[in-house]
Design a protein around this ligand. Structure first.
Ligand SMILES: Nc1ncnc2c1ncn2[C@@H]1O[C@H](COP(=O)(O)OP(=O)(O)OP(=O)(O)O)[C@@H](O)[C@H]1O
Length: 465
């Protein structure tokens, strides 16, 4: 298995090129250099059909489970107690205010914690508690008597790695014996160091350097390998290479956990090749529920007009916090200047900031020092700020062909409506092309995106209700 990924990756790359699936090296129109595209937007029904045809569907209600290993009993739990966690871990879970597991947690955790360990590819919508699911599994697998890294968790960005580490630290609040280290830019270790922490959470480049290049820990002793936002990790140029090289060095006994809110067909096929005998859990497409997020579009004539639309909305409804997504850094800084001048408390987060600056901006936003965060796709994934009630697409997400990027859309609007809360998404449409993207997104998810008349205060008021 050690060399499987590389070899299979090449095979798949070739077959995908032939099939025109375009798994690799896809670039976005986004000029922010940190913003490269997610996954292909191919209709994603073939895998589901395959699963249904093979009669592998466990539950068609709202989660679909594909069981590859007929010997693996799959069951779900309704309480955290039923997982038989270490008492101090359970205490940590409750201290976080989690009373009962979410759907993905109740379905994934029994399998993730079972012995012998089983590999998993899981997909569940933004904000449904995937992080807590894999973090709990990571913490449960650590043997704190052994002072070396046993768990690796890879995230696509610095911010996400830090956020995941913070969730892990909270959850392990009563387990001080478990040591966690960030493998991210800025964390430097002298050559020849030996890492003694149990869990490493980081980005692929640093993890590769520490584990593979400089041998600061023994890759052969890794028991758990987690890929968060797995679809971009195995699809995006740069991440893909590093992840492949790390994966190649892992022992065949290592438990693989791949998590994301979205997987395109080609990416899922690829994931199935590199993860042996995975249990696959995914929400049914129609259950990629956007029900708790009300979606609107506003017709605008220009960028100025879009700006006016935002001001009108702000003038009428009470908004907790908002994230506004722009296509380029330039638009983001233009918009932030305008909003600041008009007295809004605004922060900007885009790829040109240093990682420290980005974390500082996010921290301020998290504690509510700024009400509005203007950003690019750099922040479309994973970032969890509970009070965000509004997401604005100042520019619609598009792929390299300037067509609707539905996956990025789902990740972007998933910054609101976290964990079943209500949220609002507003799309500002200033061209026929933007309208086409909006219509395609509507058709893709089968969820209505309603026209909002920005001059009609009464109508705006209703959306805030
Ligand atoms: N069992 C639970 N009970 C209550 N709140 C929970 C539970 N599990 C997770 N949460 C909260 O729900 C929010 C979303 O969780 P999380 O960030 O894990 O979502 P996610 O599925 O990883 O989202 P994304 O795809 O955007 O990364 C977080 O604020 C988290 O604290």
């Amino acid at each position: 298995m050690a060399s499987q990924w590389g070899q299979k990756a090449e095979e798949l790359e070739i077959s995908n090129k032939v099939a025109g699936l375009g798994l690799d090296k896809k670039h976005n129109q986004e000029t922010d250099s940190d913003d490269v595209p997610d996954t292909p937007n191919a209709a994603d029904t073939s895998l589901l059909m395959k699963i249904i045809r093979q009669g592998l569907v466990e539950s068609k209600l709202d989660i679909e489970i594909q069981r590859k290993d007929p010997n693996s009993p799959l069951y779900s739990v309704k309480t955290f107690e039923a997982l038989h966690l270490k008492p101090n871990l359970l205490k940590g879970v409750y201290a976080m205010g989690f009373n009962a597991p979410s759907k993905i947690q109740e379905t994934a955790l029994p399998t993730l914690l079972a012995d012998p360990p089983q590999n998993m590819i899981a997909q569940s919508q933004s904000g449904t508690g995937k992080t807590a699911a894999f973090v709990l599994a990571m913490l449960s697998r650590v043997d704190s008597n052994k002072n070396y890294p046993q768990v690796l968790c890879l995230s696509p960005t610095y911010e996400l790695a830090i956020q995941t580490g913070e969730v892990a630290a909270k959850m392990a609040k009563f387990c001080p014996e478990i040591k966690l280290k960030y493998a991210v830019r800025g964390e430097e270790l002298p050559r020849g160091s030996k890492i003694t922490d149990h869990i490493l959470i980081g980005t692929p480049g640093k993890m590769f350097d520490w584990g593979v290049k400089f041998g600061m820990f023994d890759m052969g002793k890794i028991k758990v390998f987690v890929l968060d936002e797995a679809d971009v990790m195995i699809n995006r140029q740069g991440h893909q290479d590093q992840c492949i090289r790390i994966h190649k060095c892992l022992p065949s006994t290592c438990q693989m956990m791949f998590f994301s809110a979205t997987y395109g067909t080609a990416v899922m096929q690829f994931a199935e090749i590199i993860v042996s005998n995975p249990i696959i859990i995914r929400l049914l497409r129609e259950e990629e529920s956007l029900d708790n997020i009300k979606q609107y579009y506003v017709k605008c004539k220009s960028a100025e007009d879009k700006y006016r639309a935002i001001c009108n909305i702000y003038g009428v409804i009470t908004i907790g916090q908002a994230i506004i997504f722009c296509h380029t850094r330039k638009t983001a800084s233009w918009l932030s200047e305008k909003m600041s001048k008009d007295g809004h408390s605004v922060a900007v987060l885009s790829g040109e900031l240093t990682v420290e600056q980005r974390i500082a901006v996010l921290d301020r936003f998290r504690v509510g020092l700024e009400k509005v965060l203007i950003t690019t796709n750099v922040l479309s994934r994973g970032i969890d700020v509970e009070q965000v009630t509004l997401v604005v697409n100042f520019d619609m997400p598009m792929d390299m062909n300037r067509k609707a990027d539905c996956e990025t859309y789902l990740h972007r609007i998933g910054r609101t409506g976290r964990f079943g809360k209500a949220g609002i998404a507003i799309n500002l449409i200033d061209s026929p092309q933007a309208m086409e993207i909006c219509t395609d997104i509507e058709a893709h998810f089968g969820k209505k995106i309603q026209l909002l008349d920005i001059e009609d205060a009464e109508e705006i008021e209703k959306i805030g209700a």
